[in-house]
Design a protein around this ligand. Structure first.
Ligand code: SF4
Length: 253
């Protein structure tokens, strides 16, 4: 297994990356999606200006000094599952040697590594987006986006089989309609309701000048979404589908 991770670095103590928890957060470079609103797009595109190879030993050493302050080692990106061999090794060491809980932020569109991660019991918490409408938000050709969405649904079903705690984030752009959320919950609701620990986060997207997204033009047009009435309509749709633990998070996370 590889002992190196292509990463843009870590934050030893973070209060904003896992809901209601403190984490040691590590960013993996590389991503298989091209979300137009992505504000981590430089690391998602493996920009050598922000990414470098880091040894797992180096990370574990730093992690061990944060243990008394944190609830999780949280890994985000980018898409960490693209570097699955290193991720598994890191999670194995973090869990077995340090006894720290492991949290993964993933777009959940990669099937095989996600399945293996769950089978090997290497993750204690997952965070993912429900990106709607996915064809626009994935930033990929429609046919590819359709395939990845199908993978996402299968992974969500798998996650519910394992009952892993889930933080489901709903990015809110001007393209998200309450009817589309309603329709999508008709599909994913049955998986989500099997989870005993689920929090749904409604998260309006933020554009320039606060962020520098991959597509400034797209974000100027679509990221300024979510006045309070609109957010409360989304909230009502979630309540209609039986979800109770809902948080509206305005701001970067
Ligand atoms: S928002 Fe996340 S999934 Fe989308 S491109 Fe950026 S890192 Fe990848």
């Amino acid at each position: 297994m590889s002992s190196l991770i292509y990463s843009s670095g870590w934050k030893s103590v973070s209060l904003i990356d896992v809901y209601n928890s403190v984490s040691f957060t590590l960013w993996f470079c590389g991503c298989n999606l091209k979300c137009p609103f992505c504000h981590n797009w430089r690391l998602a595109e493996n920009d050598p200006g922000v990414c470098r190879w880091i040894t797992i030993d180096e990370i574990v050493e730093s992690l061990s000094t944060s243990l008394m302050f944190i609830d999780y080692l949280h890994v985000t990106g980018g898409e960490p599952l693209l570097q699955w061999a290193s991720l598994f090794k890191l999670f194995q060491e973090a869990g077995n040697s340090l006894g720290v809980k492991r949290s993964l932020n993933t777009n959940m569109t990669l099937k095989e590594p996600f399945k293996r991660l769950l089978e090997r019991v290497l993750v204690d918490h997952v965070a993912t987006d429900l990106k709607l409408p996915y064809r626009e938000l994935y930033g990929l050709p429609a046919e590819t986006a359709d395939k990845l969405w199908a993978n996402y649904l299968e992974n969500l079903k798998l996650l519910s089989d394992y009952d892993i705690p889930l933080e489901l984030r709903i990015p809110v752009s001007r393209l998200l309609k309450p009817e589309a959320l309603d329709e999508s919950l008709n599909i994913v609701g049955k998986y989500l309701h099997r989870l005993s620990n689920l929090v749904v986060i409604i998260q309006p997207l933020i554009g320039p000048p606060v962020t520098t997204p991959r597509s400034v033009e797209w974000c100027v047009e679509n990221c300024v979404a979510g006045d309070d009435d609109f957010l409360s309509m989304l909230n009502d749709v979630l309540i209609k589908h039986g979800f109770t633990k809902i948080v509206v998070r305005k701001g970067l996370a």
